[in-house]
Design a protein. Sequence first.
Length: 156
Amino acid sequence: MKITKQLYVEYVISTPINYTCTNLADHVDNISHDAINDYLRREKHTARQVWELAGPLINNCTEAYLVLDDSVQDKHHSQIIEMVKRQYSGNTHGLVKGIGIVNLVHTYQTDYYPIDFRVYSPDNDGKTKNDHFREMLQQAYEQKGIQAQTILFDCW
């Protein structure tokens, strides 16, 4: 089997906790951790690809929820990875070297689907997490036609 964009995005959609090359290799026959790592170095993945796969799966109704959240992908062993910086991680309750991600998830009953994400990199784009959240919400309602009337988020 060969790793494809569709396979990788399906993995991201279906895996709420462990987004590692090793975890994906453990769940797909005949694909090694190294093959997945090489693939990720070559390919660019976008929020549009996530939406294209998740969009048809969501129950787009007014009773659904949109969940805005931020996370830090810990990269404490990294020496030189673009966009890695020291930032607060709620997971460790302290500063870590990592890549900040802001996420928008659509949920209805027991279904959870990511529908947008952004890399938090104020040094590159000058945007705050709130700027990204506003843009994602605006696009969800205006471009994706999301009908959810409740938005959930934590505060910092």
